[in-house]
Structure formats: structure tokens, C-alpha cells
Write a protein that binds this ligand. Structure first.
Ligand SMILES: *Cc1c(COP(=O)(O)O)cnc(C)c1O
Length: 398
């Protein structure tokens, strides 16, 4: 027993530019710190109703079954899979990064017969290859990741949705990193089930996972012959707690996390979605101009590049770990390392939610320049910042 005294944790000041969590506004933080009330208190139930309404607005859906699962984005993934899949059901999972791989693992654990359709990290799928795989495998559910945070690639959805439905399958979409950062159109794209997370572009700490299910998905869940493999994530019970009619106790909702999500959703809708997406794009373009001026290249083709997660190649001779350590230690800036086959080869710079700001872009570029030069680089003084500023001027004109 070496330690005898403990003090409440004091987190250091950080600029969060990694793959999540993203920065959290003062308003959301103070909502989290409000007094805890009961999970069946009428005032809390009112907050739950409003949260559902705001989630529908952000997901762009009329789906009744739209709520926040208690748990991080992975819990939302698991909730969608275990409720749609019964043991022996076929599920096609498109894997072009870590999160597609995780979805395949979750599906196999749920008892699905899983077929993985694979693409190298950083690439995206064509509707034609998914159509062919569905024609052959005839899956009940087809799962795909909209914004692959592990690689920085953005998967176009509308055409894929068409072939999934034409093949008699349901579409499950991972929107963890896309929701509230770039357009997500659940109804227009006819997505059957989708999940997200609070800690990416919603700019709330990790802890809740918004999910939404179409009528077709709900009908499939109602027609199940077996119980959902997970007690905690069983939507037939969770939805009774969220439903105004029953309000049946299932588990105690993480009360203060729900305050936080409610406040974060208010901020998203106050900004108005198209403006929020335009802000994310503007800051991405400025960051891109800046990192390219510092001599870095993107790891993903321009046509499918995610604006909220910039995967850039680490220049030859530069020490990955040393740069990230200096960014964090000297400047308080967190960026992400590469994952899977991209480990050691790329950095992942997130510009999500409140973290997506000109201030962060300019500070990051100035800090990166000094870290690269500390590694023997020869960045021209201020080149990144100048290019980013020029990009902001150009966006203001257009
Ligand atoms: C972060 C992320 C997840 C997992 O979310 P957690 O909050 O870490 O559980 C799943 N899918 C994608 C695309 C993500 O970016």
C-alpha cells in the first residue's frame, strides 16, 4: 500500500484532434454537472422525449424507434446487430477498416453466418461488388461503415442502399463518425438500422449511442423466434422504457450523460445541419491546404476523403511516436496514430464537432511545423499556417 492520499483527478488542458473523443463545449460540460434526478422523474422523461425528437432531426428520419443506447458507439453497433440477427441468419459485412472488422466480429458472436466483403484499408466499396455478393450470399442484413475512422475514407451510401434492398437484404449503417459532421439521410437513403456515438461529431463525452430502426427493421425484430442474445441491449425491453406509453424500468439510464447528449443535440440543431457540415468542410479544406504545404500527403484518394478525419502519410524519416509525443507534451494537442496496416504509416487528424475550428487548425499547423522540423524536416516557416489562411479567404469568397 504505497499510496495513502488521493485527490480528485484534474485533467490537463487538451486540444482533441484525434479520432475521438472530440472537444466538448462548456455548455455541454455544465449540463453534465447538473444535479442527478431519478430515471423515472417526469422531468427526466421529458428530456428523453426531447432527445428522441432531436435525434430524429439529426438522423433525418421519422423512425419511431430512435433512442440513445447506454454505452459507447460499439454498444450501438452491438445493439443493432444482436436485435436484427438470430442465430443462423446470414450477414454480409463490408470490411475496409477496423470498424467493419469489428462489426463482422460482433455479428459472428451474435450467431450470424458472416461473409466478409473486403477492400484494402483506405478504399471504399462499389455498389456493383455489393450487389454481386448479395446475389450469391443472400444475407438478411448487410452492414457497412459510412465514415471509416480507422482509415479516413467516406463510403457513398444511396446506390448501395438500392442494391441491398433489391437483393432482399436490410441495410445496417455505422454512422458513428459521420452523424452531425456530414450529411446522413436515414429516410432518404432507406437505411434500416443505424448507430452513432456521442464522442465524435456530436461533441459530447463518450457514453451514449444514438440508434434508429426503420419500420422494416422493427417488423423483423418483432418476428424473431429467439430471444435477443444480449439482455442489456434487447430493444424489445429498452424501447419500453423510452416509450411514452409504458416507461417500464429496464436499466437505470445514465442520467447525466443524457443531460450532456440533450445539450449537445441542442447545439447541433441551433447551428443548423447544413451550416455545421459546411463548417466541417471549410476547416478540412484549410487543414488540407496546410498539411500539403508542409509536405504531407493524404492516405486516401480525394474522391472518398472524409472531411472530419484526415489520414495523412507520415513523411519518410520522421518518427511517428516522437511527433505525437511532442504535440501532446509541448502543445497539448492529441492526434491519432494509424491503425491496422496503416499503423506507423499515417496520422489521423480529427476535426469533429467543436474541435473543427479555425483556431484549432491554425494552432495545429503551427505546432506540426515545429515538430516536423525537430525531426530534421525543412518546413518553410509558417508555410502551413499561410496556406490554411489562404484557404479560409478563398472559402469566404465562394
Ligand atoms: C469510434 C467508432 C466506433 C466505436 O465507438 P466507441 O465509442 O469507441 O465504442 C465504431 N465505428 C466507428 C466508425 C467509429 O469511429
Amino acid at each position: 500500500m504505497a499510496e495513502t492520499h488521493f485527490a480528485p483527478f484534474q485533467p490537463p488542458s487538451r486540444i482533441l484532434l484525434g479520432p475521438g473523443p472530440s472537444g466538448v463545449s462548456a455548455r455541454v460540460l455544465s449540463a453534465l454537472a447538473a444535479p442527478t434526478i431519478g430515471h423515472l422523474d417526469p422531468q427526466f422523461l421529458k428530456l428523453m422525449d426531447e432527445t428522441q425528437q432531436m435525434l430524429r432531426a439529426v438522423f433525418r428520419t421519422g423512425n419511431r424507434l430512435t433512442l440513445a443506447v447506454s454505452g459507447t458507439g460499439s454498444a450501438g453497433m452491438e445493439a443493432c446487430v444482436v436485435n436484427l440477427i438470430e442465430p443462423g441468419d446470414r450477414m454480409l459485412v463490408c470490411v475496409n477498416g477496423v470498424f467493419g472488422g469489428r462489426m463482422a466480429d460482433v455479428a459472428a458472436r451474435a450467431g450470424a453466418v458472416v461473409r466478409k466483403l473486403e477492400r484494402p484499408f483506405g478504399e471504399v466499396f462499389s455498389a456493383a461488388e455489393i450487389e454481386a455478393a448479395i446475389a450469391e450470399f443472400k444475407p438478411k442484413v448487410t452492414g457497412i461503415v459510412h465514415a471509416e475512422t480507422s482509415t479516413g475514407a467516406l463510403q457513398p451510401v444511396p446506390e448501395i442502399s438500392r442494391v441491398v434492398h433489391a437483393g432482399g437484404s436490410m441495410l445496417l449503417l455505422d454512422c458513428v463518425t459521420s452523424l452531425a459532421g456530414l450529411p446522413v439521410e436515414i429516410d432518404e437513403w432507406e437505411v434500416d438500422a443505424a448507430y452513432s456515438g456521442t464522442q465524435k461529431c456530436l461533441s459530447c463525452p463518450p457514453g451514449l449511442s444514438p440508434v434508429t430502426f426503420s419500420d422494416r427493421a422493427v417488423a423483423a425484430m418483432d418476428a424473431r423466434k429467439t430471444k435477443v442474445a444480449s439482455w442489456y441491449l434487447d430493444m424489445s425491453m429498452v424501447r419500453n422504457y423510452w416509450s411514452q406509453q409504458s416507461r417500464a424500468y429496464h436499466h437505470t439510464a445514465p442520467i447525466n450523460m443524457n443531460y450532456g447528449l440533450h445539450a449537445a443535440l441542442c447545439e447541433v440543431l441551433e447551428e443548423v445541419l447544413p451550416k455545421r457540415f459546411a463548417r466541417h468542410l471549410r476547416n478540412h479544406l484549410a487543414l488540407r491546404a496546410g498539411v500539403e504545404a508542409l509536405g504531407l500527403e493524404y492516405a486516401v484518394a480525394e474522391a472518398c476523403r472524409l472531411p472530419v478525419l484526415n489520414a495523412v502519410k507520415i513523411p519518410a524519416g520522421v518518427n511517428d511516436q516522437a511527433v505525437r509525443a511532442q504535440l501532446l507534451g509541448e502543445y497539448g494537442i492529441e492526434i491519432g496514430a494509424g491503425l491496422g496496416p496503416m499503423a506507423g504509416k499515417t496520422w489521423r487528424v480529427g476535426l469533429m464537432g467543436v474541435s473543427s475550428s479555425p483556431t484549432n487548425v491554425l494552432v495545429f499547423l503551427a505546432a506540426l511545423e515545429s515538430c516536423l522540423n525537430a525531426q530534421g524536416g525543412e518546413c518553410r516557416a509558417g508555410a502551413g499556417v499561410a496556406a490554411a489562411n489562404a484557404s479560409y479567404v478563398a472559402s469566404a469568397k465562394s
